[in-house]
Design a protein around this ligand. Sequence first.
Ligand code: ASP
Length: 430
Amino acid sequence: MTSNGFDHKKLSNRILLGMGLGLAFGVLLNLTVADQPWAQTFLIEGLLGVVGEIFVRFLSMLVVPLVFVSLISGVSALSDPKKLGRVGGKAVGLYMLTTGIAICLALTAAVIVKPGVGASPEQTVEREISAQPSFAEVLTDMVPRNPIQAMAQGDMLPIIVFAVLIGLSIALAGKPGERVGQFFSDFNVVVMRLVGFIMLLAPYGVFALIAVLGATTGLSTFFGVLKYVLLVLFILILHAAVTYSIILRLATGLSPRVFYSKMRAVLAFAFSTASSGATIPVTLKTVEQRLGVDNKVASFTVPLCATINMDGTAIMQGIAAGFIAQYFGVDLSLTQYMMIVLMVIIASVGAAGVPGVGLILLAGVLAQVGLPAEGIALILGVDRLLDMTRTAVNVTGDAMVTTIVAKSEGEMDLSVFYDEKPERLASTRT
Ligand code: ASP
């Protein structure tokens, strides 16, 4: 135990244990009582479903207040407001670079392996795929007509814009600004403390979420599209382990091993919730208190990246587009491939990091290149597992971009990054 009541390393281990036990329990249910009505009602949808849902809600509950308070606190403490433009520019540039690499890797893999040739997926019930807003709408929607409404709907980009403007105004408002800034800085410590409490529930929440998955996923859904599933998983792991390690090392000189060892809890949260949005509190806490990134950078780049940076999702979309084209015997031209690359990079801007959003984005990409949107039904049945894995990649990308930007801005405490047992607590960071 550490002075504030929890030890990150122990907690990460307990979360991983929760995942393992949850999987074992879920598979056991799947093989025994899962199809009995009582087990469905009372155990799977009942007890496990409720515990999992409450855990995800606790996390989601914190996202808007935390982003708002933390961002105001970070921006108002900036000595040089121009820095904000630089930080944003670097984050967006890195987002485009990493997502570009991700989608190119995915398309190359799909062309070489041809997962759609000979596939015989179990047709799944088609789901309503809602339309994505156009890029012009995404741009105008970034400025909230009504910030309270944006907060009520959890729209991240308008919340970021509003919080940044308030933060800048606080920085420029003299004495009253200092007083309000101090309030937000204190409030930030309080909300971070709450994140810490909720993280203590993670082993149980994660257990329940994974157990439900294990109990409800039939293996047969995977067989017809096994090549697709394995290819997506392989490229996701390749991108996270190799591309990210190289970029992190080249851009910062920092050790990817240390980076990953500190990301375990974040990865487990992202994997079990399949939501990079709901994981924001944990990502923010980890990059600040375990990787040593200053709140001035992290409070801006973490929510921004969680919204625009989705490399894992890009990988799924690239391979899925190839899979669907091959399944329907459509030969894609070079222009269509380039269109997919462009669409995938643009499409994720403004899409919230919530479960399954990748499939909605995919519908837009398919429509742009003239592929049948019904193709999505072919991969719907296996998407949850891939969603969980790509979300883990998405949040890793968010943390990596944040680390690179912070290091380049001199806003990183390397003693925290390299400290195996850091305790840079919210309460000591005022
Ligand atoms: N669930 C993913 C995320 O939250 C998005 C997706 O690919 O569906 O990052």
